[in-house]
Design a binder for this molecule. Structure first.
Ligand SMILES: [Zn+2]
Length: 437
């Protein structure tokens, strides 16, 4: 559920029964005309091509849904269809996003105290694996011996740490003598040892402490669970002190690593990034590229301005496509067009400037991004590899005015027909102002 196709060839995706529609609260188009059952998504492509057929799509779906469909990028390399998880920015499934989605669907359910606890917990700055552990434990989904007995996987449910009581979540992580010694040693034992369930114990604790302490509580739960696994799987005995030290050092390491890479999130800015004013290139031609979205018309476009070492205008081109797309998708498509232009015109030395930090970082980063945005990023990366003397920089919007102007006008310009000999006065004054700074 909640997945969306990142279109390959569209051969395996059923129009009416697969969740290919990229909107979180509905994964199928609702305006489906009868008779589309058993048809796959590639029936909506132009014949023999890897692109949507706007006429067919507009005939079959409501204007709003047609705009969304036309905005779904299709891989030009064909290949297999793939799916991505819509509730997470990078397209990969995570327990956290699934949980949040389920919580959202419960319409702020009947247990306000519990949901407040969850909200606080997911917002904590602690390693995600520790939150996942606490979430599973407090939802009674941990593979404790008591739970495995319920599922008839095991017959013995005795706690491995004390050898006396049944290993339930609340026993193992709180009331077991070993666990309780950890809580006391760490100074985190703010509430009593006995509680009907782990969730209730966590809720009461959370109400008494601030978020820093709550973070330590979550990490210590995880450390106790790790000590239990070390004993069961590796016959390694951890002391109370070891467990508490391990919890503290894990949290400190995580916080240190977070502090190092605040913003930008994916990779550090390079020298040359962040210009506020346009400056002439010192190596090869310079391409400024920008994108615009036209929500009222359900279109998106890009503009690219090419100047030589003297700052003279060499070429201007723009394009406009159907479909409602997020801003970063429009931006990355613009960058791809700039790269294609360089390739087609055999330019080997050039600088590309974009004011989209997200796109610049995505192209520089090694991190995988699963959905539509991601495969256009990959196409850009491949083109950069074949254009070895082409560099990409991030600049401020104020240094990208010319491209912004062209992108804003892309809706009224025919593709690549921007007149270079008789440029608009407004555009001319931007070019002159760029060169004077
Ligand atoms: Zn025990």
């Amino acid at each position: 559920m909640r997945v969306m196709e990142a279109n390959g060839a569209g051969l395996t995706v059923q129009i009416t029964s697969d969740p290919w529609f990229p909107i979180l609260d509905k994964c199928y188009p609702s305006s489906i005309v009868p008779g589309l059952e058993n048809f796959t998504v590639n029936c909506l492509f132009q014949i023999g091509q890897q692109r949507w057929d706007p006429e067919v799509v507009c005939d079959l779906f409501s204007p709003t849904e047609a705009a969304i469909i036309l905005g779904i990028p299709i891989s030009q390399s064909g290949g297999d269809d793939s799916w991505y998880w819509l509730a997470e920015n990078n397209g990969f499934y995570s327990v956290r996003s699934a949980y949040k989605l389920l919580q959202d669907q419960k319409h702020h359910s009947d247990i306000p105290q519990a949901s407040q606890f969850w909200k606080r917990m997911w917002d904590l700055k602690v390693p995600p694996k520790t939150k996942d552990l606490v979430w599973r434990a407090a939802s009674n989904c941990l593979a404790t011996k008591a739970n495995l007995c319920i599922k008839k996987v095991l017959v013995d449910n005795t706690c491995p740490m004390c050898g006396v009581y049944a290993e339930t979540e609340v026993h193992l992580l709180v009331s077991c003598p070993f666990a309780w010694a950890c809580w006391e040693f760490s100074g985190l034992s703010t509430v009593g040892r006995e509680s009907p369930s782990l969730l209730q114990w966590l809720e009461v604790s959370a109400n008494r402490v601030d978020k820093e302490v709550l973070g330590k509580i979550v990490v210590l739960c995880w450390a106790i669970w790790s000590a239990r696994n070390d004993l069961i799987w590796q016959q390694r005995v951890r002391s109370v002190r070891d467990v508490v030290v391990f919890a503290n050092s894990s949290l400190n390491q995580f916080l240190k690593a977070q502090g190092r890479e605040n913003i930008p999130s994916l990779s550090p800015l390079k020298a040359g990034d962040g210009s506020e004013h346009w400056i002439k290139s010192v190596s090869g031609i310079k391409l400024n590229v920008d994108a615009a979205t036209f929500d009222r018309d359900s279109k998106h476009g890009y503009g690219c301005v090419v100047r030589n070492l003297n700052g003279d205008l060499i070429f201007v081109f723009a394009g406009c496509n159907n479909g409602k797309v997020p801003a970063e998708l429009a931006e990355i498509m613009g960058i791809k067009e700039a790269l294609s232009w360089l390739k087609c015109n055999n330019y080997t030395q050039a600088v590309i400037e974009s004011d989209s930090l997200v796109c610049v970082e995505a192209i520089r980063s090694d991190e995988l991004i699963a959905f539509g945005f991601g495969f256009i990023v990959d196409e850009c990366k491949n083109m950069f590899k074949s254009l070895s003397n082409v560099a990409l920089f991030f600049v401020k919007r104020s240094a990208n005015c010319a491209a912004y102007f062209v992108a804003r006008h892309s809706i009224s310009l025919a593709e690549r027909m921007f007149p270079i000999n008789s440029v608009l006065m407004d555009f001319m004054s931007i070019l002159m102002s760029d060169c004077s700074s």
